[in-house]
Design a protein around this ligand. Structure first.
Ligand SMILES: NC(=O)c1ccc[n+]([C@@H]2O[C@H](COP(=O)([O-])OP(=O)(O)OC[C@H]3O[C@@H](n4cnc5c(N)ncnc54)[C@H](OP(=O)(O)O)[C@@H]3O)[C@@H](O)[C@H]2O)c1
Length: 237
């Protein structure tokens, strides 16, 4: 992806799902570094304390929304909360995700498939349906869908299938939004040491920056429909 980018997101509002910890927390801080106002999200508002504390170092507005993305009621609560607490959503960072427990593929039953797809894919679709029309009306939007580079791990099939669907959904959406300045891209963060990634991961969680910001910092009518690898980007002096 072309790294040409805007140097401030001042006045913009981003909703970062799953930003109470891990990769989403880094993304929230990275966006604040570029002056973007941030809505922090987790299943419970009480989980947001650490991210809010870290964001208090920046001169940006912040808000919190809560909702379990495994349920439609939870998704609705996130949408309603964001509509109430921010004037608009300019950047929708669909980051929240869950990984199914490691199991022989034949033993993975439908409820596990359902929950994984509910959180990783269907919530993303509902959030996009809620916020993309406003972006279109205003002629500006950046949607980033957190994907993965996972492959050939059948024990995690619900997770990897959900991420393959995220990739496909992202390119379909980009085709629909072509020429509108609502840009949609997928992000592969790399294998990172978070609660999900575990302690043996290849990279520290902080290395998701600056790459994870590239699709949020795109210039008007910049790249869309691409999948970018966060680990390919480094801060420049
Ligand atoms: N870590 C990696 O190596 C890696 C690699 C490739 C892709 N990814 C992707 O990157 C994203 C973030 O991963 P991570 O490693 O940062 O995960 P993490 O450390 O487990 O954090 C997950 C975040 O998502 C939220 N969340 C979890 N379940 C939720 C639910 N049912 N409803 C709403 N929010 C929920 C959590 O919030 P609360 O617990 O506060 O509710 C938390 O903020 C995911 O989409 C993941 O698939 C991660």
């Amino acid at each position: 992806m072309n790294t040409r980018s805007v140097d401030t997101l001042a006045g913009r509002w981003a909703l970062v799902t799953g930003s109470t910890r891990g990769i989403g927390q880094q993304i929230a801080l990275g966006l604040a570094e570029f002056d973007c106002n941030v809505i922090v999200h987790g299943r419970r508002s009480a989980h947001a304390g650490e991210t809010l504390h870290l964001l208090s170092e920046y001169a940006v507005e912040t808000a919190v929304v809560a909702g379990d993305l495994a349920t439609r009621a939870g998704v609705r609560s996130v949408i309603r909360g964001a509509e109430k607490r921010a004037p608009r959503i300019d950047i929708l960072y669909n980051n929240a995700g869950i990984q199914n427990a490691w199991q022989p593929v034949w033993e993975i039953e439908r409820p596990t498939w359902q929950e994984t797809l509910d959180v990783n894919l269907f919530a993303m679709v509902e959030l996009t349906n809620a916020f993309a029309p406003g972006m279109l009306e205003r002629g500006y939007g950046r949607i980033v869908n957190t994907s993965s580079g996972i492959r050939d791990i059948p024990e995690l099939a619900p997770y990897s299938v959900s991420k393959a669907a995220v990739d496909k959904y992202s390119t379909d959406l980009a085709a629909e939004l072509e020429g509108t300045n609502v840009l949609v891209n997928a992000l592969d963060p790399g294998w990172l040491s978070t609660d999900m990634g575990g302690p043996n991961a290849d990279h520290d969680v902080t290395t998701v920056l600056p790459g994870a910001l590239v699709p949020a910092l795109l210039p008007d009518f910049g790249a869309s429909g691409e999948k970018l690898l966060a680990q390919e980007y480094e801060w420049s002096d």
